[in-house]
Design a protein around this ligand. Sequence first.
Ligand code: ZN
Length: 156
Amino acid sequence: MSYLQSNPTAGASGCIFCDMPADPRDAETLIVRRGAHAYVILNRYPYNNGHFMVVPYPHVDSPERLEAATLTELMTLLNQGLTALRAMYNPQAFNIGMNVGAAAGAGIAEHVHLHAVPRWAGDTNFMTVAAGTRVIPEDLRITWERMRAAWPGGSL
Ligand SMILES: [Zn+2]
């Protein structure tokens, strides 16, 4: 809920993943890259620096309902994001995944999205702290600027 409440454009369609790309202010929504069928956006409450999501434009609740061209672009954007993060942070590993359905832990279950989280050995030791808060050393706007600059193939 805090994600929804903090977003500058939440509310127009009732779905944040539909509203975000309709807003041209990428620096506000933290959209890093726009493709033909999907877009890349930073998670406003990341598990680690560089935690991003790849979101298809169609409002569907399962990847089974996405067309082949969209599925292909989801993975292409994912790969480009991984390449950018390797250049930015030199992560040792990634968690990549999709929670399909609220019972699987999806925060916004009605609109599928893919998560990618860079990982370093031992990062959970300092990332998991008391009272449910997380340590986020880098400002999200800086992460956004760095990721756009590091995107393979150049900036927009
Ligand atoms: Zn949607």
